[in-house]
Write a protein that binds this ligand. Structure first.
Ligand code: TPP
Length: 369
């Protein structure tokens, strides 16, 4: 080429460049590594990882038995999510996507909400007043705009709090991903943009998603810093995201954090990954899975043992089963629920539609009688 172009390979970080503190067995790679996450925080994080894993396992069984609707499991992505939630303060806001169950649990959304929501009941989206978490948003990349908006509001109100949101690797191909980050960058709004790069957008692998060297490199386009970390490494994820949230908290504007992970399960319970990836590839990637590494690290710190671990898994399963039973008691809905929760003052056309449906329902009842 005649003129000087920017070398795309020099735009930022190398594909294999990311932070990792724990090896494949959960051993600290550098024994001199400075760690600020306390043992108490790590134990709490691990507890929520187990809770989330048990919830996914139990919910998958229920779904296979026809007692639960389609849902998006978090298998394999627990560490990065609890690490992220761990870095948030009570006054901070989490704006989740559909695969952030573990983070939501840790930020205080009750388990029962999750059962209601994934069983198709909007009551699951009624988050307790003192829990700063937005309802799950299925529409990809909208979370990024909402988070930018929340961060804008927090800044306007001169609050010290920050917003945090998540997107999948596939979501980074959406225009809204850039628009939200650009707007937040220009106005220096306090938001932590996270990517859970689990290598798959349903059946599309990340390598077919983008020609950018890394997803984190996309931050360069909007002029914000980015960092990459092994999302299956609880310790590295906790340390990195803490630094990132502190950066945002200190009024430096937004940041992008790419967690590299692996979607162990299906996209949702209606997907069959075996159609587009082999068992060998799955097994290879699952060697790096987060539960075992976190557990082994806790044991190496002498704050955990096999007996405690067994009890935790069984206690969390009980907790999950109880929450499911409780959710069944609340799992009824009325016609009003379909209409009442979107607007404070219902628009005329919605009122008309509601009246129409109610009339139709009462006619149906009269005919049945
Ligand atoms: C705007 C929009 N387009 C399409 C969909 C349908 N859809 C749901 S999940 C998904 C793939 C998402 O992949 P990724 O962003 O990598 O997140 P992951 O599911 O891996 O967590 C698609 C296309 C949607 N929910 N929203």
């Amino acid at each position: 080429m005649k003129y000087k172009y920017i070398d795309k390979d020099k735009i930022w970080i190398d594909k294999n460049d990311f932070h990792r503190f724990l090896d494949i067995d959960g051993k600290l790679i550098n024994p001199k590594q400075k760690i600020i996450t306390t043992n108490k925080m790590l134990l709490k994080a691990y507890e929520y990882m187990v809770l989330s894993r048990q919830q996914d396992t139990y919910m998958t069984q229920l779904q296979r038995q026809g007692r639960m609707l389609t849902f998006a499991p978090n298998f394999g992505e627990e560490a990065l999510q609890v690490a992220a939630a761990l870095s948030l303060k009570k006054e901070d806001w989490l704006l989740p996507s559909f695969r952030n169950n573990a983070a939501m649990l840790m930020k205080g959304v009750p388990l029962i909400n999750q059962f209601l929501y994934w069983n198709g009941n909007e009551k699951g989206n009624i988050i307790p007043e003192d829990v700063n978490v937005f309802p799950v948003n299925i529409v990809i990349a909208t979370q990024y705009s909402h988070a930018a908006g929340v961060a804008f509001a927090l800044k306007q109100q001169k609050k010290k709090a920050i917003a945090m949101t998540f997107i999948g690797d596939g979501g980074t191909s959406e225009g809204e991903f850039y628009e939200a980050m650009n707007f937040a960058s220009v106005h220096s709004w306090p938001v932590v943009f996270c990517i859970n790069n689990n290598q798959w957008a349903i059946s599309t692998p990340t390598k077919m998603q983008t020609n950018a060297k890394t997803l984190a490199a996309k931050a360069a386009a909007v002029g914000i810093p980015a960092i990459r970390v092994d999302g299956n490494d609880l310790l590295a994820s906790a340390e990195i995201i803490k630094e990132a949230t502190d950066y945002v908290r200190n009024d430096n504007g937004p940041i992008l954090v790419e967690f590299i992970t692996w979607r162990q399960g299906p996209h949702t319970t209606s997907d069959n990954p075996r159609v587009y990836r082999t068992e060998e590839v799955e097994k290879e990637n699952e060697k790096w899975e987060p539960m075992k590494r976190a557990k082994n690290y806790l044991i190496s710190l002498k704050i955990w043992d096999e007996k405690k671990d067994k009890k935790l898994w069984s206690d969390k399963l009980e907790e999950v089963k109880n929450a499911y039973q409780e959710s069944l008691k609340l799992n009824s809905s009325s016609i009003d629920d379909i209409f009442d929760h979107t607007f404070e003052n219902m628009p005329e056309e919605l009122k008309e539609q509601k009246e129409y449906v109610l009339k139709f329902e009462s006619m149906k009842e009269a005919n049945n009688g």
